[in-house]
Design a binder for this molecule. Structure first.
Ligand code: NAD
Length: 269
């Protein structure tokens, strides 16, 4: 862990306790690293991929990061994740509710498979709502002026030629964030979304059945910011802004990290 170049006071998350769901991979993994680099006292990674989650925690270092198995669709497990974090570290300052899945990309509304959609909603909507609920309760109970960030997507504010269930789920997350931000403002708790455009992670590589370079090329077609290929660090840095004191008066925002994505150009979202 490269801490040496920073003085303690320059670190943006000095002494914060953070939970990152879906932290074993992709955007969550990158964000866990960024949180730790920025001085978070502890980053608790929650995921269902135990081997990968433990590897990420070990690569960050046990003094800064730990892994907890938590299926976000299971309320008892989410409650336990938050409660054990409070019991061990005293409080939860940051909840990055990021765990999510996608279905095969050929789902137009004509082909819509409701059981597949149910599974996707259980992770992307139910799981996200449970993480917001239990993190917010812990923050309120502990009088913590915390920050909650949910990973939505550009799919949360655009229609799609395919991906019907995924698009529905991401719209729901933005609705959740908008309501929670209004309801929790009186407690000093901020709730925002980060909404990336497509980028190469295991989720999209599986969805498109392609390797990282091919996925970058596919999404590159839809990038508007010349010369930039969206990567996990871009997203993690946007999340860092939303959980740091620099965004102290920012709540209810859907922060799009999309290189000026334009409606309707993509075959996907
Ligand atoms: P990823 O597959 O690399 O990471 C997702 C993580 O969530 C995995 O580690 C997975 O094990 C975990 N997860 C899945 N189901 C879970 C469950 N029930 N409980 C706990 N953890 C679970 O994918 P990613 O691209 O990093 O996705 C992170 C988030 O970003 C998702 O919400 C996704 O919808 C969103 N997103 C991704 C893109 C993209 O193009 N990659 C774009 C916009 C939004």
């Amino acid at each position: 862990m490269a801490e040496s170049s920073h003085t303690k006071s320059s670190l943006r998350l000095a002494s914060k306790i953070a939970i990152v769901t879906g932290g074993a991979s992709g955007i969550g993994k990158e964000t866990a690293h960024v949180f730790a680099e920025q001085g978070a006292r502890m980053v608790v990674i929650a995921d269902i991929q135990d081997e990968l989650g433990n590897e990420v925690a070990a690569s960050i270092g046990s003094h800064r990061c730990t892994y907890v198995h938590c299926d976000v669709t299971n309320e008892d497990q989410v409650k336990n994740l938050v409660q054990s974090t409070v019991n061990t570290y005293g409080q939860v300052d940051i909840m990055f509710s990021n765990a999510g899945i996608a279905s095969p990309s050929d789902q137009t509304v004509l082909e819509f498979d409701i059981s597949q959609a149910d599974h996707l909603f259980s992770v992307n909507v139910r799981g996200m709502a449970l993480c917001v609920k239990h993190a917010a309760r812990a923050m309120v109970d502990g009088c913590v002026r915390g920050s909650i960030v949910c990973t939505a997507s550009v799919a949360g504010s655009n229609g799609s030629m395919k991906l019907t269930d995924y698009v529905m789920s991401k719209h729901a997350i933005i609705g959740l964030m908008r309501s929670a931000s209004k309801q929790l403002a009186k407690h000093g708790i901020r709730v925002n979304c980060v909404s990336p455009n497509g980028l190469a992670t295991p989720l999209t590589m599986k969805l498109l059945d392609a390797g990282e370079e091919t996925v970058d090329l596919i999404f590159g077609e839809y990038k508007r910011l010349e010369g930039v290929v969206l990567n996990t660090k871009h997203v993690a840095d946007a999340v860092l802004f939303l959980v740091s004191n620099e965004s102290d008066f920012v709540t209810g925002l859907d922060l799009r990290v999309d290189g000026s994505y334009l409606d309707g150009k993509s075959e996907l979202v």
